[in-house]
Design a binder for this molecule. Structure first.
Ligand code: CMP
Length: 139
């Protein structure tokens, strides 16, 4: 089996609502193996840098504000076709459109506070994993 990696973040609204444990359990239930894990609060500069690709979008400022409103839980996940499998598993970006039983449907509140981030390509998964984790923090 050709396993690969994706990166996820449980967003502040979901963490502050007490859903971190349930979301991590759901991630494990989906067959994703946790290879790295950390809870932390992002600074404004870190959130801006992480989402720099969205800098010109109208929602950039509000996204940075919500991503810095409390702690996040960052993780590297492993599974066969991890990026696509995880995107499918968490559901559509807008929780209102996410399929029943998906993480975003269960725990997302709005398009900005959509419970979790998931990488959109293998290339971005590697960039995002490197943004958060050193080699010593990966297992
Ligand atoms: P995420 O997977 O973290 O990647 C970029 C984020 O931008 C996305 O989830 C949403 O939370 C947010 N986002 C995308 N589109 C919009 C939008 N139209 N309005 C507000 N936030 C958005």
């Amino acid at each position: 089996m050709n396993k690969n990696l994706t990166f996820t973040m449980i967003k502040p609204a979901a963490v502050l609502d007490g859903h971190s444990g349930a979301i991590l359990a759901k991630i494990a239930e989906g067959g994703f193996t946790i290879k790295a894990l950390r809870m932390q609060r992002l600074s404004k500069e870190q959130a801006e840098a992480f989402y720099i690709i969205h800098k010109e979008r109208p929602f950039y400022a509000s996204l940075v504000e919500s991503m810095t409103s409390g702690p996040i839980v960052a993780a590297i996940l492993e599974k066969e076709n991890a990026v696509l499998a995880y995107r499918e598993y968490i559901g559509a970006t807008n929780p209102a459109e996410a399929k029943d039983g998906s993480i975003r449907k269960l725990y997302g509140k709005s398009i900005g506070d959509n419970a979790v981030h998931g990488s959109d390509s293998d290339e971005n998964a590697a960039i995002e994993a490197d943004f958060f984790f050193s080699g010593m923090e990966r297992f």
